[in-house]
Write a protein that binds this ligand. Sequence first.
Ligand SMILES: Cc1cc2nc3c(=O)[nH]c(=O)nc-3n(C[C@H](O)[C@H](O)[C@H](O)COP(=O)(O)OP(=O)(O)OC[C@H]3O[C@@H](n4cnc5c(N)ncnc54)[C@H](O)[C@@H]3O)c2cc1C
Length: 520
Amino acid sequence: MPKDPWWDSGTSAWRGGVGPGEASVVGGEIRVTESATRSAGAAGADADVIVVGAGPAGSAAAYHLANTGLDVLLLEKASFPRDKVCGDGLTPRAVASLVRMGIDTGPVRTGPVRTGPARPAATARPTLAKGPRLPGAGADTAAGNADAAADAAGAEVEDGVEADSGWARNKGLRIIGGGLRLELPWPELASFPDYGLVRPRSDFDELLARTAQKAGARLHEGTTVAGVVRDERTGRVVGVTARAGTDREPVTYRAPVVVAADGNSARLALSLDIRRRDDRPLGVAVRRYYRSPRTHDDYLESHLELWEGKPNASRLLPGYGWIFGMGDGTSNVGLGILNTTPAFGNTDYRDLLRRWLAALPPEWGYTEDNATGPVRGSALPMGFNRTPHYTDGVLLVGDAAGMVNPFNGEGIAYAMESGELAAEVVAQALARTSDAAREKALHQYPEAVRARYGGYYTLGRAFVNLIGNPTVMRLATKYGLPHPVLMRFMLKIMANLTDPRGGDAHDRVINALCRLAPSA
Ligand SMILES: Cc1cc2nc3c(=O)[nH]c(=O)nc-3n(C[C@H](O)[C@H](O)[C@H](O)COP(=O)(O)OP(=O)(O)OC[C@H]3O[C@@H](n4cnc5c(N)ncnc54)[C@H](O)[C@@H]3O)c2cc1C
């Protein structure tokens, strides 16, 4: 028999009530009657919505919720600025989410400066180079790339002045593999901008959290959420427990809806017994920052093959690598391995990174002396590897919901989009006049994320299974990369960049494939 819904409990979690309160601990969770949390409420702990975690998912959710006029509590265990292991790369899909948060994505960081009018931007055509010329060598020097970045921004900068907004802008993806080097500009679409960005997570995440705060969300830093609070009669989640401040005071916060945006650790989902699905892809990736002359690069660079020595004349290492110019004097360099690869789980990732970097041109500077921090790694939960996305008053967003794109390991865009989707659903739900109608509206969230990503992630799972096979990967690199039209198609599908309406033939094929694929 279904549990009583919370609205039948006589303790409407909607707004605080008064009366004698009681709290008991059941199976590690706190169960409360209405007034047990009033002490926290009196101290300002009650809210319309609690968002746990102020990464991109949580801050986007909090921003959009606050904009609808709701009272939002954003609880974050760290204090900003804080680091987050990431490649720091943002595709146009992520940029579109930033724009929807009203975040200014310009001016861009440039390299050596020049005066005079900006030159016309380079034409949006893929360029293919064969043979030993490697990025960063020859024409693509730091200065060359800086000029290109200034061009892309249409910037006119004075001598000796460097625009520094924290953003480094890129105009596409450079793919290195099979002895080829292919530059694919981001597609020109109505739905997305034609540029990507790079910014260290150490200040990117703070920018997003402060933006949510400015919109009205109440951000509590240094607040580690430990678990949920359930209404003791209905079992529905009506809040969270946390430890806050330097003295780690236990606190209880209460709200009728909780958004779990606590990242890959998914502590809140685990406390609801929502576990990781083994039938979904998972990646592991490591990265490190290095001072490098390649810091100004107007393409995100992806290495499909990791050679231990000379390309084609040494051992091929497992995994895929990236080099992203940060525009601040450093590069973010890293590699990832998927769980469909035989080497997954039995590889020393730090050593792998060291061996790959040792084989790259020394003038790029990826040496121990130039490292500005340690190698750090983390998991990439992909393709909905944690479901259900809504249960008992809790919505899962971002990494907590396993929303990383299996095609390219990108998670920020999906974290922000799912946060925004959750906000829309919650705002609609809280505006309903009956509790039953509110609950019905909240159940729309898993439907909405499945409608948006379900088919696409199913295709992504098939892709991950294919590229996990080294022979398939070798053939794909050898025969796929030399075909610019095919690669332009692949870029659109891998970065999930199409126009839903009025797009070109590639867009129509990709959209049809996503519609036809069974929803993940
Ligand atoms: C090596 C690596 C490279 C990557 N590169 C890229 C890339 O270049 N581009 C890209 O788009 N994606 C990349 N990703 C994926 C991306 O980092 C994630 O998908 C993204 O950060 C997910 O955002 P989120 O808000 O869901 O979670 P997170 O960014 O993990 O944020 C979760 C937040 O919740 C807080 N938190 C956790 N537990 C609690 C708790 N109990 N109480 C309160 N707060 C809590 C954390 O402190 C954190 O602030 C990479 C991942 C890795 C590991």
